[in-house]
Design a protein around this ligand. Structure first.
Ligand SMILES: CCC[C@@H]1OC(=O)[C@@H](C)C[C@H](C)CCCCC(=O)CCC[C@@H](CC)/C=C/C=C(\COC)CC[C@@H](O)[C@@H](O)C[C@H](O)CNC1=O
Length: 151
């Protein structure tokens, strides 16, 4: 149950931040947070990471539904009692649904976190993407750890 609350909190926070950007920023408008490193820039993406597969909404709906069903199934079977695994799945589920709502409702994803790590203009992303990435990394760490334990 804890898992669903985490996912809901992520969805709520993601949608609230996107709503703030849409309400307070014109498209393309940018605000400096940390000079040369972190900006809030209002951006839209009809694709996935780096704008790949731009406009292929049906593909994104399909993939997202598969991700959501897969996670809920995995939650009810293998993740019982493993709180770190449940947290990882909650982060991925929350992120996937957060972007899914945008794709259904807005037909595009609202992005605003604009960073320049090592001077590279990293693609502008959002809270849902961050949650997805952190969840994926945590999941990979656990899979590697389980792999080692077996050997
Ligand atoms: C993070 C997954 C992207 C997210 O996937 C989703 O929604 C899932 C639930 C549905 C997708 C259709 C399926 C996954 C596609 C996989 C993918 O794309 C390769 C991912 C590499 C990743 C390593 C994990 C690098 C990182 C990238 C970025 C995020 O950095 C924090 C840049 C994000 C910006 O390009 C931003 O414009 C993206 C926009 O917000 C829409 N977001 C999505 O499509």
């Amino acid at each position: 149950m804890f898992f669903y609350i985490i996912a809901l909190l992520i969805i709520a926070f993601d949608q609230w931040t996107k709503w703030l950007i849409v309400k307070n920023f014109t498209l393309g408008e940018s605000m400096t947070v940390i000079e040369d490193f972190l900006y809030i820039t209002s951006h839209r993406n009809t694709g996935a990471a780096w704008g790949i597969l731009e406009g292929q909404m049906w593909f994104f709906y399909l993939i997202t539904v598969i991700v959501i069903i897969g996670i809920i199934y995995y939650m009810q079977t293998h993740a019982k009692g493993k709180w770190l695994l449940q947290l990882s799945l909650a982060l991925i589920l929350g992120g996937a649904i957060g972007n899914f709502i945008d794709r259904l409702w807005r037909k595009e994803v609202v992005d605003f976190i604009h960073t320049f790590p090592f001077g590279y203009n990293f693609p502008i992303f959002n809270v849902a993407d961050s949650s997805l990435c952190i969840g994926v990394v945590l999941l990979l760490i656990q899979m590697i750890r389980e792999e080692r334990e077996v050997k």
